[in-house]
Design a protein around this ligand. Structure first.
Ligand code: BES
Ligand code: MN
Ligand code: ZN
Length: 477
């Protein structure tokens, strides 16, 4: 609240009289005092919210209340921890339920630390203060939901942060079985190399052929009891545990961060974790297409012609355009499910192109979709959850960039024009008429900011699709 009366009443018991008056007068969004019984941090929205808002872009470039509050609360946790208190009392004053939820999400996101979460004996876990709530409307269920959303995001961040030497397709698949195998109404199935061969997943096998650990396809099947006959939504994630580029090897600067090339699959795993914890009524099929794109004598080559699970033949123009290959076979598995398992929509998340990062940067993902209904639902969810996405054109004439003289089409083309669009058009060949969306994401924060108190894996997509799935009942597909 910015109401002086309310502020005075709340602060009087914990601050000295001059501090109360200073706090009331202060225009700043964050102020802090060494109060009567300990450190006091006061967080308020900007004095003039409207002045910060753009009238353009349909308002979608303005931070949502959720995003602003999440980042505000999370951004002070570092300072709070430096006081080494054993109790943190979060007192809400004039807040909405959404703002209170966002505050908890922000604090949990900000408390994530990679080094102390990777079984590193040199970095024992910090003891976090006990959190007490006061003046809050949050029910226990609300608190659990906020915590689950943040933990799902942190799980995706953590998987993304694990180096390529630690996370490979085999132990990644095992980790997902361990994390989700026992969840209610959930089964996890892993297709290993022999299963992929039986299922004709030639593209996924080709990408994984050069690595010591074989590729795998993980299927997380979630079927809640109260699903009311709803058809499942399928989520597909790109899970390249390390992308060297293959024989079309990347230069060193471009390879440096390629442990994050499984960020799409990490987000899908995070969404699955959240969905099972929240017990949503929307059935889900989550597929993680896992492979390492390595350089070796058994690696696939430029010029190779590979038959996809769908039956399409693909000429390899560039082994570094591997993400679309592993996704193609996984998308085909998703769209060929029959009867009650046939999906109402298929959505894939992938660190697919460098071109989208050039166009939209780290914070905005590129959205490609054949469905206007999916487009607006995903754009809305992205905005309100604070994970922006922007629709890009599936411009069919550019499919000619992928012409091949020897196969149905190639996996990339010459020139590098509209690289994110041609990658999306490649994926579209494998989804038929099913409502489909592809998110070309970055999965990484180059610097810390807001609730993300450290740089690295961002879990991009988890909060967007938790929000999206929460509204799946009213989705017009
Ligand atoms: N994983 C990369 C895309 C990428 C690069 C994402 C940098 C985020 C940051 C992908 O596998 C790739 O290498 N794409 C190529 C495609 C090209 C060879 C047609 C690219 O974007 O350069
Ligand atoms: Mn690549
Ligand atoms: Zn890649």
């Amino acid at each position: 609240s910015r109401d002086p009366k309310k502020v005075r009443a709340a602060l009087k018991p914990i601050l000295l009289p001059w501090q109360v008056e200073a706090a009331v007068k202060s225009e700043s969004e964050t102020s802090s005092f060494a109060g009567k019984t300990g450190a006091v941090f006061i967080l308020r929205p900007p004095a003039n919210l409207d002045a910060n808002n753009l009238a353009s872009h349909g308002g979608r470039l303005n931070k949502s209340d959720f995003a602003r509050t999440r980042d505000h609360a999370g951004s002070v946790l570092g300072q709070v921890l430096s006081w080494k208190c054993d109790k943190l009392i979060l007192h809400f004053n004039g807040t909405s339920l959404e703002q209170e939820t966002a505050s908890l999400v922000g604090l949990e996101l900000a408390s994530y630390n990679f080094a102390e979460n990777r079984d590193n004996p040199r970095k024992p876990k910090k003891k976090l203060p006990t959190l007490l709530l006061s003046g809050s409307q949050l029910s226990n269920a609300n608190i659990r939901a906020a915590s689950d959303l943040a933990l799902a995001t942190n799980m995706a961040r953590h998987l993304t942060n694990l180096p390529g030497g630690s996370l490979n397709p085999t132990n990644y698949a095992q980790a997902i079985e361990d994390l989700l195998g026992d969840a209610a109404n959930t089964t996890v199935t892993v297709w290993k190399n022999a299963d992929l061969a039986r299922e004709n997943c030639g593209l996924l096998q080709a990408v994984g052929a050069g690595a010591a650990e074989p590729p795998a396809l993980v299927h997380i099947r979630y079927r809640p009891k109260d699903s009311n006959g709803k058809k499942p939504i399928a989520l597909v994630g790109k899970g390249i545990t390390f992308d060297t580029g293959g024989l079309d090897i990347k230069p060193s600067s471009a390879m440096r961060l390629m442990k994050k090339d499984m960020g799409g699959s990490a987000a899908v795993a995070g969404i699955a974790y959240w969905a099972t914890r929240a017990g949503i009524s929307q059935p889900l099929d989550c597929y993680l297409a896992l492979a390492e794109n390595a350089v070796s004598g058994t690696a696939f080559r430029p010029g190779d012609i590979i038959t996809a699970r769908s039956g399409h033949t693909v000429e390899i123009d560039n082994t570094d355009a591997e993400g679309r290959l592993v996704l193609a076979d996984a998308l085909d598995v998703a769209v060929t499910q029959k009867g009650a398992d046939a999906p109402r929509a298929v959505i894939n998340l992938a660190t697919l192109t460098g071109a989208i990062k050039v166009a939209l940067g780290a914070e905005i993902s590129g959205l490609f979709t054949n469905s206007d209904a999916l487009s607006s639902a995903i754009e809305d969810s992205g905005w309100s959850s604070g994970e922006l996405t922007w629709r890009m054109p599936l411009f069919q004439p550019y499919f000619s960039h992928l012409k091949s003289s020897f196969a149905d089409f190639a996996n990339s083309g010459p020139g590098g024009f509209a690289g994110a669009i041609s990658a999306a058009l490649f994926l579209q060949q494998f989804v038929g008429k099913v409502p489909w969306a592809h998110l070309d994401i970055y999965s990484w924060r180059d610097s810390a900011g807001g609730a993300y108190s450290e740089s690295g894996g961002s879990g991009q997509g988890v909060q967007m699709f938790a929000q999206f799935l929460s509204g799946a009942d009213s989705l017009a597909v």
